[in-house]
Ligand binder design. Structure first.
Ligand code: FAD
Length: 507
């Protein structure tokens, strides 16, 4: 049972909440982490079908080689040494394909340029310019480089597709460089280049897959939290933030029990946070701005269990489109031409051999497609089902996506033992994500500050963390949580100095 009072109460055990919980517990705070689901971790959750482990929201990680940014953050958090990881293919951790033509995205900037120069022999200077721009852009975000200081708003200017188009006139190379935009749900001429750079740079530095899924990150963070005296409770939904005298005094759980605290972190969709606190406690301009932010697109996920010994395992992901044009228009699909592209990633088991056990295929899906079932709610804790018409909808979509996957991998159908699928409603119900968004709200290069959300709120003891604030992804959310903790701890604690100091010996 949770106690009645803590120094810090964190609502939502997604990565951001867990990272913040460990940092603050390490700093001697009495921390309580509350999660509404049966499983901790939000998008770090895994599930098992036919004894195969599937990830819901982590297919690969970047920046985990010694001395790289996520390696050092995870080292500080105490989880790096126990993470079970496998490096992905050096010459093509991601493979981009249009029809039959395939291009490798290699690890390390030199190799990256070398491999793509072989496919585009006249584009060496453009590739060099692209790499320089990626590095310069990432260099403008101090915490990304374990440095203190603020980033300059200029680093946020320019849309990813526009910047890429300015570097080369070759439409196929433009498409190859933009093809992994599923990583950040990129929108043509809208998603900022810095979002592209921060996401892509991590993987070019080094790309890794988790053995038996990304939930190990959540389990290890939980271990560290408890080691430092913190507490975590699952199946505890916060249904209200209690506000008294312009401060949050406590939260109310779904069983109506209150928990009081000095400081609160909402690691959840910010629109949901506002409804749980009450819009009247914020400025109208704030609630209007947040309410007006566009939810990022969601996904349809197809989980494939292979018959043993039939489909070869590959240590790479595939981003596939019929034509290069589809790279930046995959979100604009119509039900008739869905899916315009998809991403595939293999499950990596502990004793991975030659054969794949499972594969996840992801394609964009708009929330409006599942609107007919918007009033249903289904999770493992509240298993209501959504009705047979929903199951028919899912089966039709799964068949369409599978047909597209089969065009990329002829013969895959004969290797399949079972398929499972999920829709935007799963992301909505499990994560509490508005409209089932995969990565938070749409960011707009034309007005980056309008779509930026501070970790501080008008209520002085309520802070935000998670992918709706700052960058999404494992690296982005980890760094965002460090920023949240910096704000809470104040200038008297040199948090970045401590992280650097504690991890320097390992570099
Ligand atoms: C399909 C998909 C694939 C992805 N692939 C990758 C990848 O390969 N690599 C990568 O780096 N990133 C990937 N990401 C992104 C990454 O997983 C996320 O950015 C990150 O995990 C989000 O963390 P978060 O802290 O924002 O919390 P979330 O994961 O959003 O979790 C929020 C948590 O808060 C809980 N919660 C919400 N409301 C309440 C409440 N009222 N009371 C109690 N608890 C509550 C929810 O139950 C949930 O557990 C992927 C995401 C998706 C959707």
């Amino acid at each position: 049972m949770p106690k009645s009072r803590y120094d810090v109460v964190i609502v939502g055990s997604g990565l951001g909440g867990m990272v913040a919980a460990v940092i603050l517990a390490k700093e001697g705070k009495k921390v309580c982490l509350l999660e509404k689901n049966k499983q901790y971790g939000g998008n770090l959750q895994t599930f098992v079908r036919n004894r195969v482990i599937f990830d819901t929201g982590v297919h690969y990680l970047g920046g985990l080689a010694p001395n790289q940014n996520l390696y050092r953050y995870f080292k500080y958090l105490g989880i790096m040494d126990d993470l079970r990881l496998q490096p992905m293919a050096e010459d093509g951790f991601d493979r981009v394909s249009f029809g039959d033509k395939e291009y490798g995205i290699a690890q390390g900037y030199e190799r990256f340029t070398e491999v793509l120069s072989q496919a585009f022999p006249n584009e060496g200077p453009a590739l060099e310019a692209y790499c320089k721009l990626l590095k310069d852009t990432c260099g403008s975000f101090p915490l990304y480089n374990l440095e203190d200081g603020a980033y300059s708003p200029e680093a946020m200017a320019g849309a990813a597709s526009t910047v890429i188009e300015s570097l080369t006139n070759n439409p196929t190379l433009q498409a190859v460089l933009g093809a992994t935009n599923f990583l950040y749900a990129g929108i043509k001429h809208k998603t900022p280049f810095y979002v592209h750079a921060l996401a892509v740079n991590s993987y070019i530095q080094s790309a890794w897959r988790c053995e038996n899924g990304g939930s190990q990150i959540a389990k290890l963070l939980l271990r560290e939290l408890r080691k430092h005296g913190g507490e975590a409770y699952r199946a505890r939904e916060v249904v209200k933030f209690i506000v008294k005298d312009d401060r949050v005094s406590g939260v109310l759980l779904n069983d109506r029990s209150p928990i009081a605290g000095n400081t609160f972190i909402a690691n959840m969709d910010v629109k949901r946070m506002i409804s749980l606190v009450g819009a009247t406690h914020f400025r109208k301009a704030y609630t209007n701005r947040i309410g007006g932010l566009e939810d990022g697109i969601s996904a349809f996920s197809l989980y494939i269990v292979f018959k043993p010994g039939t489909f070869p395992y590959a240590d790479c992901n595939h981003y596939h489109f019929n034509t290069p044009d589809e790279v930046w228009s995959a979100q604009d699909y119509t039900p008739a031409d869905w899916p315009r592209g998809f991403m595939c990633s293999f499950t990596l088991s502990k004793n991975q051999g030659r054969w794949a056990e499972g594969m996840t295929c992801l394609a964009y899906m708009k929330y409006e497609e599942v609107a007919p079932w918007a009033k249903t709610f289904h999770t493992t804790l509240q298993a209501n089902g959504r009705g047979t018409d929903y199951e028919t909808f899912k089966a039709e979509k799964a068949a369409r996506l599978l047909a597209a996957v089969e065009r990329k991998f002829p013969g895959i159908g004969a290797c399949i033992q079972n398929i499972y699928s999920s829709t935007p409603l799963s992301y909505r119900d499990y994560m509490g994500a508005s409209g089932g968004n995969m990565y938070g709200y749409v960011k707009d290069a034309a007005d980056p500050m309008r779509t930026a959300i501070s970790v501080k709120t008008k209520l002085p003891n309520l802070f935000l963390a998670g992918q709706c604030v700052g960058m999404h992804g494992i690296t982005g959310v980890t760094i965002g949580a460090v920023l949240t903790c910096k704000e809470i701890l104040g200038d008297q604690v040199d948090l970045v100095g401590k992280i650097v100091g504690e991890t320097e010996a390992f570099t």
